[in-house]
Design a protein around this ligand. Sequence first.
Ligand code: PLP
Length: 396
Amino acid sequence: MEQSISAAEIAQFRAETPGTTNLVHFNNAGASLPALPVLNTVIDYLQKEAITGGYEIEALYQQEIDRTYSLVAQLIGARPEEIALVENASTAWCIAFHSIGFQPGDEVLTSEYEYVTNLIGYYYGEKRYGIKLKVIPNDANGNFSISNLEEAITPKTRLIAVTQVASATGGVLPVEEIGTVAAKHNILYLVDACQSVGHMPVDVKKINCHFLSVTGRKYLRAPRGTGFLYIRKSVQERLNPLLIDGHAITSITDDGYTLRKDGKAFELYEKNRALTLGLGKAVEYALAIGMERIWQRISYLAAHLRTKLTKLDGATVHDTGTQLSGIVTFTVDGYNSYQVRDFLAERHINVTVSKAQTTLIYMNKHQLKEVTRASLHYYNTEEEITRLIEVLKELA
Ligand SMILES: *Cc1c(COP(=O)(O)O)cnc(C)c1O
């Protein structure tokens, strides 16, 4: 595959990423290394806030803070009034899920790759609302099956909810095809795009989803403690926001209140404004490079790593499915994943251990207790991959 970003650009992005100096960071699906403009935006605002006053500095920065909604919207092909800013993807997902207003007997369809927060949500929903969860079995190649989805739909299907890229395996779900099915049957559609935004182009119009939940710290390279939820404008008024504060309403009287008519009806007022600005800066940084180029570069590096791991004696790559991402999962014979991670960490290479519970249905089906996960970003290099393979050779 052709390299989409030049060597000179990579050198520049690395120069702007202090963490790359002494580390090989392959834990971008856990938390990416932030770029300097993001770091400086946060620090600068916090310093000004400390000497100006929280509300006073906010007033001075109002335009920039509002611009974060526009930038996030631009990144995913939405409108600013369809965005709620929250602290993480789990909050975003729960706000979406619990705003739906389920009735007993409503059916929810999901995939084998579903993330733990969401799975807990369905179990909780079974107890709390009386919904019924159905998991769509993958096809024999580990791909999400559109025909199995079609077969599972009944008049009671209320929601289709999937994770676009799982936490513990590298496959990518066909979210656009799933969206076509959801639209055909007029079913609500919620996409967990926590691992995909910042990683590959994601467009809510193409996906045709009603909700999209995202975190900042992973592939977006935004500060920890940031995230957002997209809620399609046309469904906002049919939903019951989970948490409502004085910022979510336009008026209140002795008799009741009137909700805002935008995404802010779904978020709470208080948040860390420095981090909001940092999120905006991270989105700006990604947009300036271009999501298509970022995705091509990550795909190239991940394919390169998988090829090398496949050739390495004693190593097994576990990613399933035809369309793969920058998340590469593997095991090494004779060592558990914690030993592999620690051996690499001692040599300044960051990878992580993905436990079964993060992607339980898939992991149980493949009888995996845990896997080692190397998640690559565009600022990683072939030299870093070579280094990882050398160290694994030492181990194996
Ligand atoms: C990390 C992750 C989440 C949760 O994100 P938080 O920001 O930690 O709440 C949700 N879905 C997937 C697929 C994830 O990998």
